[in-house]
Design a protein around this ligand. Sequence first.
Ligand SMILES: *Cc1c(COP(=O)(O)O)cnc(C)c1O
Length: 564
Amino acid sequence: MLEESECESDFLLTDDFNALYVDVRDRYFSRNAEYWPVFAEPGMAHIIAGRQEGLEDDDRLKAYPNGEKLYSRIRQECTVPQAPTIPCPENKDEMLLFAGTLCKNWENPASVENVITMPCDPAIYGSMIGTLSNPNLVYKEYCGMAEDLERYVVRQMATLAGYNPAQATGIFTQGGTFCNLYGYLLGIRKSMPEARSYGMGGTQDYRFINSKGGHYSNTTNLSLLGVNLKDKTIRIKVTKNNKIDVKDFELQLESCFRLKSSVPCIMLTMGTTDTFGVDEVKPVYEIRERLCEQYGIEVLPHIHVDAAIGWSMLFFLTYNFSTNPLGINLVTLHGLERNVELFRQIRYADSFTIDFQKWGYVPYTSSLVMIKNKNDLKALENDPENFSYFEDDMQGQTHLQSTIECSRGGSGLFGAYAALKYMGIEGYQTILAHCLQNANYFRHRLHEFEGVKVLAYDNQGPSVAFRIYNPAVVQSPKDEFKFEYEYQHCEEYQSRLQRNSLWHRDIFLRRGKVGLYTNWVEFICHTSHDEKDRHCYIPGEKAVFMNPRTTFEDIDAYLACLIV
Ligand SMILES: *Cc1c(COP(=O)(O)O)cnc(C)c1O
C-alpha cells in the first residue's frame, strides 16, 4: 500500500549512504581502542566485551562468570569494607564490573524501547575528561575554563537554531525536565515578579498554556511550582498528528486576555515522545504578538519549546536537499525536508530544551536550556543577599544568581562539546538519517501487514507507534482506528476499544523479544473530544529508532514474528 508518489526503492539504502554510515558507526559508535585509547583500560575492556556478546537481556546474568553469586551479594551485603583495597591493574573489583556489564545494554541492536540511546565514543571520552577535571559550574571560581566552554557550546547551538549567538545564553542542567522547568520559571518571573516572594497565590489571576500532546514533565513541573493544575492550566487540543491545534490556542489565549488573566508561559513541543508531533511556533508567535498588541498586554507570555528530542533536526537546517550529498533515500529526504521547514521556526521561541542525552548521543545527564535573549535571565536573579558566601566581584560573571540549582556538574557539557566536535554536523546528519531510514522502513513494512494501523504515518521522527487488530473481526484497520479515534461516551465504544487493545496486547506478550525490543505504551494517542470535552487514551506498541546499530535485518527478524 504505497502512497502514489512512493515506490519500493525509495525506502532502501543507497550504496553511498551505506558507506558513510558504516564509517560513522565504526569511528564513533564501536568502542574501538585504536581510535579511543580509554577503552583499552582493563575494566572498560571487560565491560565492552561483555556487552558486545549481544545476548538477550534475560540470558546475560546466567552467562556472566560467577553471576548468580555476585547477584546475591549485590542484593544482600550491607556493610562498607573495613580494610582498604589496594589499587593495581590486576585487582579489578568484581562487583563494579558486574554491575557495569549488566546495566541495560543499549548497544544491543535490538534495543529500541524508548527515547534512550547508547552514547557515542567521543561523548564518553569528553564526559570522562569533564569528570576528571570536575568543574562546578555554579560559579567561575569553582569551574575555571569550563564556564567558557559552556558559553562556547551555547553559541554553537544558538547558531544552529538561528538565534543571535551574541544575544543568546544557556544553562546546562540536569535533564529535559529541568530545562522545561526553567521555561516555566522564566515566564513566571517575567510576568509575575512578585511571585518570587509571595508565591503564586497573589492578586493576579493567571493561566498556563501547554498542549495535550506534551510530555508529562509539563504536569510535574507545574505541580512542583504550586500551580493549580485543574483550574490554572489550559491544555490545548492536539490534531490527529499530535500537533497543537492553533485555532483552539488562539481562542484560549484571547479568552485569558479578555478576562484579564495573565499568561506567564506558553509551552510548545517540537517532537512529542511517542509520535513526533511538531508544534508550529511561528503562528503561535504571531498570535501572541497580535493579541498582546490588541489587548495592551505589556509583558508577553514567554514561549518555551520542549525540543528535548526534536532539537537534533537542527543539524539538517543547512543540508542541501537538492544535491543530497549523503545519498539519503527519497522517502527520508522528503520527510527531513518537511521537518526542516518546521524546525526553522524554533527561532521564534524565547527559549527551548535540548537533551544531548537523547538524540545527541551524550551520556547522562546532559541537557541544555537555550534562551534567546540573555536579559531574560535577569528576571530569574534572586536577591544578592542569598549569595553572601560567594565573592561579589566574581558573581556578575556567572549565572549563579539565576540558576535553580547550586552545584552543576560539567561532565554533560564536556560530553556534548566532544560529540559536536568529533562527529561534526555531517557525522550527526549521517547517524540521524540512518535512524529515520530505519523508522521509515519499519513504518512502510508494517503498513503492508493485514490488520496493522501505523499512527501518524507522516510524522518524521524516530518513534513508530502502531496498533494490531484481529483480521478475523476487523476488516479495515484504518476504519477501525477511525472509529476508536472518535470518542463516544457509551459502553459499546469502550468495550470495542478494549477488545481490540486486549487482542494486540496478547500478541505482544506472546511474541516475546525477537529482533527488536519494542514496548507497550498505555497511551500512544488521545481520542478526539466529545461535546462535553470527554476523551480517552488509546494504548499500543512502540519502537523508537535512535539506535545507531539497528539495521534492516533486525527489523526484518522482528517482522517475521510480528503476529504469532
Ligand atoms: C524525555 C523528554 C522530556 C524529559 O526529559 P528528561 O531528560 O528525561 O528529563 C521532556 N520532553 C520530551 C518531549 C521528552 O521526550
